[in-house]
Design a protein around this ligand. Structure first.
Ligand code: PMP
Length: 443
């Protein structure tokens, strides 16, 4: 059956734990649809986010208010903030919501240039360029960086925007096993000899692409080891910091700061403003030469409308708070808080017997459900008890590795976290996802 794939549907009656299996032929393009149509926290319409730093959200049906354990709002900037909000409102009055122009056609305000300088300074690179969307940053920049005769070596669990960027370039693509420096070396060794000069090998350019924190795994990149391999084979490194910039590192500067990596060793640093900074858009930070090259060649810079000025102002203000340049210590407190909250929540879940992926300090923590049939049960039962969680499954994960992905914020109080743990524990018992024995309480 061309265009169809066998799909195994597991329907679980989670009260009796009886599992019904059905195999059916499913058109390949509708894999994402059966799950997307399930009514639960995330496929329902959100009426509004509350003003308590996006900690709770209001839904249109059934539950009116629930604890938000799924937003990427790691530092709580995605709501009214005493420093950011008045400045964003001013920028709206001064510049309007949109420039209605591409960067080179009158779409560059002084806010755009200020943010480019600030991002470069914040991440530790000589220069930076902005894009209206994080997704587009990857999918448009990768084809601008290399094409025919180039080689992309991509982590097997890289985000879809990277996969699309790689596919959209005419470069060759190889994949290495997730977060495995030794497999990366094997793949590189198949292509070139160790130490071979860049001018004497079959590829014009080789770029290795990794993420700082993997969005579906909550795992930190083994960046020092990956960089060592790249240096040995003279490959360029491209680091997507969507989930790590602002969220980890002593001063929020991401995985390089956390893992003690010199930013000179990462050639291209990519990030988004949609997580820790509570805004939208994306950036590339690199050498002045690379940024100038991208400004002259990247179609998404030349032909797309520039970032919305109030969104730019939001990021400028959030970075200033993180750096303490607002004259307060709120930034440092937020960073300490998200780390403390994440480590507490992760260790409590593990003590309860859940299988939790990812590393300490990462605010992303997937709880393994495995069977995709447990998704609606887990999600709806949590929601019934006023806790909203994101569940993810195929094609974002392998078919039988479904999970609930918890995202922790500095704006969660200890009381919020305790409520979340209590509900997740009860629902975990109900749907049978505590795969390890619970740790006995310490006397
Ligand atoms: N890169 C990664 C690793 C991501 O997880 C995402 C989205 N969550 C993006 C890029 C795209 O960013 P945005 O949502 O800001 O467009």
């Amino acid at each position: 059956l061309k265009g169809y794939a066998p799909i195994c549907l597991g329907l679980e009656d989670f009260y009796t734990r009886r599992l019904y299996l059905r195999i059916q032929a499913c058109p390949i393009d509708c894999f994402s649809r059966p799950i997307a149509s399930a009514p639960d926290a995330w496929f329902d319409v959100v009426e509004r986010y509350s003003n308590d730093n996006n900690k709770t959200l209001h839904r249109t049906s059934n539950t009116t208010k629930c604890l938000n354990l799924g937003s990427y709002n790691y530092l709580g900037f995605a709501a009214a903030d005493e420093y950011c909000t008045p400045r964003v409102i001013e920028s709206l009055k001064k510049y309007s919501p949109s420039t209605c122009s591409a960067r080179i056609d009158g779409g560059t305000t002084n806010l755009h240039t200020e943010l480019e300088e600030l991002v470069a300074r914040f991440v530790g690179k000589p220069d930076a360029i902005l894009f209206g969307m994080g997704y587009v940053t990857n999918s448009a920049i990768i084809p601008a960086l290399l094409g025919n005769g180039g080689l992309i070596i991509s982590d097997s669990l890289n985000h879809n925007s990277i996969v699309n960027g790689a596919r959209g370039s005419s470069a060759s693509v190889r994949v290495f096993q997730h977060n495995s420096p030794s497999h990366l070396e094997e793949v590189l060794r198949e292509q070139i000899a160790e130490g071979q000069p860049r001018t004497h090998r079959p590829w014009k350019k080789i770029i290795v692409i990794v993420e700082g924190i993997y969005s579906m795994e909550g795992e930190l990149c083994k960046l020092p080891e990956i960089i060592a391999v790249c240096k040995k084979y003279k490959a360029y490194t491209y680091l997507d910091e969507a989930h790590s910039i602002g969220a980890v590192g002593k001063s929020g500067r991401g995985v390089c700061e956390l893992l003690g990596v010199d930013t000179d060793d990462v050639d291209i640093m990519m990030g988004t403003f949609t997580k820790s900074f509570g805004s939208c858009g994306g950036y590339i930070a690199a050498s002045k030469e690379i940024i100038q090259y991208l400004k002259h060649t990247c179609a998404a810079h030349l032909y797309a409308t520039s970032m919305s000025p109030p969104a730019v102002q939001q990021v400028i203000s959030a970075i200033k708070v993180i750096l303490g340049e607002d004259g307060s210590s709120r930034g440092a407190q937020k960073l300490a808080r998200v780390r403390e909250n994440s480590n507490f929540f992760r260790s409590e879940l593990q003590k309860m017997g859940f299988e939790v992926l990812g590393d300490n300090d990462s605010p992303v923590m997937p709880i393994m459900l495995y069977n995709p049939a447990k998704i609606p049960a887990f999600s709806r039962e949590c929601l019934r008890q006023e806790v909203a969680v994101v569940t993810v499954a195929f094609p974002a994960t392998p078919l039988l590795l479904a999970r609930a992905r918890i995202c922790i914020s500095s704006s969660h109080s200890r009381e919020d976290l305790m409520k979340g743990l209590e509900v997740i524990s009860k629902v975990g018992d109900l749907v049978g996802i505590k795969y390890f024995p619970a740790e006995p309480p310490k006397c």
